[in-house]
Design a protein around this ligand. Structure first.
Ligand code: G6P
Length: 607
């Protein structure tokens, strides 16, 4: 995810900004840039690649200014190019801006601003720069406020103007910004890491706040220009903790990122009024979409589990045959494909060798191939003829969590989009989308049970084996819960559809074999409940994921984790989260290296 650093004070800004960018490297980035007011004019350098490349691009320039802004970019709108890197300018070189987040209506805004403006990039941020400039009449704070009143989307932004280089303007909506308080100097950044070497006193900007940051003071206002009283907090994080925003590991941070990155996934992509979704990246006309008669999901690991959920959603909503394939199997099978088969390759990294090879094979055999990818500009993103970025932000823990929920979110949107072109009614579409909009709040509610889930994990962590069961849409949830547990805690675990129990796995059941059952209230509730009772009769400990208010759950199980009710197809978005937390805490209790489990790699680029 992009990183921001700004400095205003009496020291030379350049080394502080470059050092700050290095501190933000952990967030992942593909290009970087810096802008400084050198006493006479605004200086700016940007480069694709690492901070060292930025330093090289600067050559011998040793700008002496003591105020400036800098940025590391993780591409979302537009490719990885120097022109797309921040800071951005508008028509004059005087205004510079760095921005994290997504401006949803940037196309409309760009159209309104018109071709008379000097456009040099493909980014939404450049549009924001022009918008601010178009409202600038000598007061940058007012210009930013007015510009933002026309913006839909998220931002954490810092702007600066050559006519008043002793003020940085920072504004936040949905994308974090922290202001560091020093003696006669101030820092601003997307998290506290760049400023920790200089100050531990910080102010966290809230959504809808805008800050005027000068050497001597900081004035924080709301969007109506009214002052807001803020408290200076003293943080005692070291750098490693700050990178993880206070969480002990990236995995836990990423689990807790889910409500906000889920919003990033669906933002600007749903049309509640028409009960449909718009994922333009599919690159197909509506007629082509209607002509598809079969869909295939190809992936590995966690991404494959997202694919199984997609299969259920496509069959239920779109009414066409859907299959899921393990990429390493697909590539060596003799798959039957034609030009009416749509193949989705699902991959967080966009680099998994088996998935890539399988997609090449599918394309060779005449299928339409699209990518569902997190890492922008990755090989799968480049080699497919369209698709969608899931916008989960960099996922650093090896075990995938937030990428999974965002993959599921995007596949549900695709299912809705295709279904609305075929048989699904507008009212079903609206119902599904309204339920989707509730998901972030419901995820938050589940995350509040973290402490309780931790006590369950502590209770079961010393068992050698575990079983995960689910039915229908919750079968892939059981698969994912089991995979998470084995990946990071090394506890042996398996997952089965509830109905398969009696065909083998039930022989394993004993008091030494705890079973995690996903038994939420959907059309298969009674069937799943019978499976839970069979297990209970054989003396195993049961941990149950149940719908809030299910009175039977407490009687059936030793331990219950309650999840809010949602539409059945959306259940995996919620039901997976307690299982991620359960796996996480089990691994912590056992002293495992949660972010870097043994023998596993984040991105498997070899066969
Ligand atoms: C590795 C990772 C898994 C991931 C799988 C697929 O095995 O450890 O977490 O699910 O690769 O990766 P992808 O990047 O294609 O989603």
């Amino acid at each position: 995810m992009c990183g921001i650093v700004g400095y205003i004070g009496t020291k030379t800004a350049l080394p502080i900004l470059l050092q700050g960018l290095r501190r933000l490297e952990y967030r992942g980035y593909d290009s970087a840039g810096v802008a400084i007011f050198d006493g006479a004019r605004m200086q700016r350098t940007r480069a694709v690649g690492k901070i060292d490349q930025l330093s090289n691009a600067m050559g011998k320039s040793n700008w002496a200014g003591s105020s400036g802004i800098a940025h590391t970019r993780w591409a979302t709108h537009g490719g990885v190019t120097e022109a797309n890197a921040h800071p951005h300018i508008a028509c004059s070189d005087d205004l510079v801006i760095v921005h994290n987040g997504i401006i949803e209506n940037y196309r409309e805004l760009k159209e309104k601003l018109g071709p008379a403006h000097r456009w040099t990039s493909e980014t939404d941020t450049e549009v924001l720069a022009h918008l601010i400039e178009s409202h600038y009449t000598g007061d940058l704070t007012r210009a930013v406020q007015t510009a933002l009143s026309h913006v839909r989307g998220t931002y954490g932004l810092v702007a600066m103007h050559a006519q008043n280089p002793h003020t940085l303007i920072a504004a936040r909506m949905g994308s974090p910004l922290v202001i560091g308080i020093g003696e006669g100097e101030h820092y601003v950044a997307s998290d506290a890491t760049p400023m920790l070497a200089y100050t531990k006193k910080v102010v966290f900007l809230a959504d809808g706040e805008i800050a005027e940051i000068k050497r001597e003071n900081v004035l924080i206002m709301n969007m109506k220009h009214e002052p807001v009283k803020k408290y200076v907090e003293e943080i005692d994080w070291d750098e490693a903790q700050a990178e993880k925003q206070g969480f002990p590991d990236f995995m836990l941070k990423e689990i807790f990122d889910q409500p906000s990155v889920f919003e990033d996934a669906i933002r600007g992509r749903i049309d509640v009024e028409q009960g449909t979704a718009h994922l333009g990246g599919i690159n197909m006309t509506e007629d082509q979409m209607r002509a598809i008669d079969r869909v295939l999901f190809i992936a590995c690991g966690t991404a494959r589990h997202a694919g199984i959920i997609a299969k259920y959603a496509f069959e239920r909503l779109v009414g066409i045959p859907a299959e899921v394939d393990v990429a390493s199997e697909f590539r060596y099978r003799d798959p039957v494909l034609n030009e009416k088969t749509l193949v989705f390759g699902i991959s967080q990294s966009g680099e998994t060798a088996d998935t890539l090879a399988a997609l090449r094979e599918a394309r060779r055999k005449g299928a339409l191939v699209r990518g569902i990818v997190n890492v922008v500009g990755s090989t799968i993103a480049r080699e497919t003829d369209g698709g969608t970025y899931i916008h989960a932000g960099p996922e650093l823990a090896v075990a995938s969590t937030k990428a999974f929920t965002n993959m599921v979110a995007i596949m549900l949107l695709y299912a809705i989009q295709f279904a609305r072109l075929r048989r699904m009614t507008i009212s079903t579409g609206i119902k599904l989308l309204n339920a989707l909009k509730e998901v972030p709040r419901q995820m938050e509610h589940i995350l509040e049970q973290n402490d309780c889930i931790k006590t369950y994990a502590e209770k079961y962590a010393l068992y050698k084996n575990m079983l995960f069961l689910g039915r229908g849409i919750n079968y892939p949830v059981a698969l994912e819960g089991s995979l998470k547990l084995k990946e990071i805690s090394y506890i042996h675990s398996e997952a089965f559809p509830g109905g398969e129990m009696k065909h083998g796995p039930i022989a394993l059941i004993s008091p030494d074999f705890p079973v995690v059952c996903v038994m939420t209230q959907n059309q298969l509730y009674d069937k799943m409940r019978s499976n839970v009772e069979e297990i209970r009769a054989r003396g195993a400990h049961i941990i149950l994921i149940a719908t809030e208010g299910d009175a039977a759950a407490r009687e059936l199980a030793d331990d219950v984790i309650c999840v809010p009710e949602t539409h059945e197809l959306l259940e995996p978005l919620l039901n997976t989260i307690p299982l991620q937390l359960f796996a996480y805490h089990s691994a912590v209790v056992l002293g495992r290296d949660v972010d870097r489990p043994r023998n596993l790699a984040k991105s498997v680029t070899v066969e």
